[in-house]
Design a protein around this ligand. Structure first.
Ligand SMILES: *[C@@H]1O[C@H](CO)[C@@H](O)[C@H](O)[C@H]1NC(C)=O
Ligand SMILES: *[C@@H]1O[C@H](CO)[C@@H](O)[C@H](O)[C@H]1NC(C)=O
Ligand SMILES: *[C@@H]1O[C@H](CO)[C@@H](O)[C@H](O)[C@H]1NC(C)=O
Length: 187
């Protein structure tokens, strides 16, 4: 009886350990933290609810995003990819600006996956609709609070940052643009 018990608990322990190791591998953990620096005056464009870094506040960085599925949960934000918009320079994928009237998005670093989704389409589902949008840029989860990032904090790791055209196509009322729980998949 004694040896049966210890064998059972041994097997249980192994199973538990494997389960923990497996779920750890599936999770996306922070890669670091950066300390916020305040933007020189006039350098952080706060139009369209862009966040500006707060001096001394700590921001978490990520090199990964949650695993992609046929229905990946994400948070939709609003960005302008036009020249002079709050997206900063031209898009990373094609070094071009994109009109706010085209359905384009930036993805968090992990999902951007070292440009592998560049100029590919994703399907965004929310509000009872599905909309196709092209990936043109990265929403950098690894760095922020510097001139290159318009003094904005690092992107969270679950962001689909979309043009106004995407919000319109989803049929979201304009006074609710800026933040919405969505799902997306590769189109
Ligand atoms: C703010 O959003 C509007 C509508 O999408 C756009 O026309 C404007 O260029 C944006 N401003 C900035 C600074 O991105
Ligand atoms: C990203 O892609 C480039 C070009 O294909 C490659 O040289 C580089 O090693 C890749 N970086 C990572 C982190 O995978
Ligand atoms: C992405 O979608 C657009 C508009 O539906 C289409 O014109 C384009 O060919 C698609 N691109 C890819 C790579 O599938």
């Amino acid at each position: 009886m004694k040896s049966f018990c210890s064998k059972t608990s041994f097997l249980l322990l192994i199973t538990l350990t494997l389960t923990v190791v497996y779920s750890e591998a599936q999770q996306c953990r922070p890669s670091g933290r950066i300390s916020g620096k305040e933007a020189p005056s006039g350098q952080c464009n706060q139009e369209n609810d862009s966040d500006c870094c707060v001096q001394g506040q700590m921001y978490t960085t990520y090199e990964c995003s949650p695993p992609v599925s046929t229905s990946t949960k994400a948070y939709l934000t609003l960005n302008s990819f036009q020249k002079g918009g709050d997206g900063g320079g031209p898009s990373y994928c094609d070094n071009q600006y994109h009109s706010d009237d085209t359905q384009v998005v930036a993805l968090s670093t992990g999902w951007f996956d070292n440009k592998s989704r560049c100029l590919h389409n994703i399907t965004i589902s929310a509000n009872g609709r599905s909309v196709v949008a092209m990936v043109v840029d990265e929403c950098d989860s690894t760095m922020g609070c510097d001139q290159d990032h318009d003094y904005q904090p690092p992107c969270r790791n679950n962001i689909v940052d979309a043009s106004k055209a995407v919000w319109e196509a989803l049929g979201v009322p304009q006074n609710q643009w800026g933040g919405l729980d969505i799902t997306w998949s590769d189109a």
